[in-house]
Design a protein around this ligand. Sequence first.
Ligand code: UGA
Length: 479
Amino acid sequence: MTIPYPNHPAVPAFAEVEPSSGAARPRLAFLGTGYLGATYAICFAELGYEVLGFDVDEAKIAKLAAGQVPFHEAGLDELLRTNLAAGRLRFTTSYTEVADFADVHFICVGTPQRGDGMGADLSYVETSVTNLARHLTRRVLIVGKSTVPVGTAEWIEQLVAKHTDPELGIEVAWSPEFLQEGFAVEDVLRPNRIVVGVKSEWANGMLYAAHKGVFDLAATEDREVPLVVTDFATAELVKVAANAFLATKISFINAMAEVCEVAGGDVTQLARAIGYDPRIGNRFLQAGVGFGGGCLPKDIRAFQARAQELGAGEALRFLHEVDLINQRRRSKVLQLAAELLDRRSGPAGPDLSGTRIAVLGAAFKPNSDDVRDAPSLAVAAALAKAGADVHVYDPQGMENARVAQPALHYESSMAEAVTGAELVCVLTEWADFRNADPQALGELVAAKRVIDGRNCLDALLWARAGWEYRGMGRPAPAV
Ligand code: UGA
């Protein structure tokens, strides 16, 4: 029997695979139940697979097992509870249990930026793969999902060879993920593509079986899920190339914002106009305080570091510029604050002492509680460092923000944050902020000054309500 990928006749047929657990469908394990692993584990249980989530963090595992998602992601709590109740989904901190259970092990641990440079820290990958390998007693597939420097899959293969009996025939494959926070459930259940890096028909067949639920769902909805079957290096590179492209697109429009600022143009109209060209497209062309989060900033740095190691540093030198443009947008908010508050800037930046500033937004983007490398929180900290008394509010990110920047003041509502403020900075485009009534907020503040760090407010409406408005790369509206 052969198993073709549905809708992909060009893909060669695959060898029959029989999960070594004896189950009809491969049993899946996700190692590392952070944002990536927990979302995948829950969604694949929803697709009907028997799933085990593993993490070394006992508190995290206890939370998940009790039906609580440890982060904010729309729709995930309900799916977690349904699938725990259905008995398809379990969580563990035991390597023995995970090794016994699964036919396919997805490695989903974090790969943060190294403390001593721009490269990725692979220590969690090494620990999880080594410990898993030591406990394996039958033929399984280990699939990397974490974002890694190209060459990691080959290295993992060597680790596995070192720690397992070659007779077992354990194999490695790579399948990057493209989850966007806030849309992660949809991105797993209905991905816009699946990429697999494989070395054998068996690995390919096993990965097909592990994704059959995704293809079946697509078929019932009369959709196709494009599939790219490729080698290890390409599969690893796809992920960082995609993130590098997205980061470049954002920095491109932010560079245009810089030019608009000196030329008197409006970057929001410019973006709209160029975005009508389908070759350019209008998505990821939102100028503002730039990109943040746990992925784009660290991924473009790790990509440069790896290219340098491989002797192709020059090819990615532009990513350094992409990073610099992104950082400059954060400084721009400080500059605008000094201008609006009529404060002088010295060589160390503006002196904002004695001013009260409201910062609306702490998460790196709306519909997320993630504050990793969040432009909003970085700007809030910089304003405080310049002497301002900063009061922050975010609909979801408060708890994480408090841990990351304990010295700032946190308020429990938008109204409390803006009360008495001489300047309001909107730095994450939550719907609550976008739709805020400038008239009502105007009653609470000490002075009606607003910096729209995401160009998400109706500039004219705010100006008409008496606010002195500054956007990013757009002129102040003439009232
Ligand atoms: C990003 C990628 O979009 C995902 O495809 C990828 O899987 C993920 O990283 C990852 O590597 O795991 P995410 O970090 O959730 O996803 O966030 P994005 O939606 O890409 O936004 C990144 C940052 O760019 C945010 O701070 C956002 O505010 C900013 N952004 C986005 C802009 O400043 N302008 C835009 O036009 C779009």
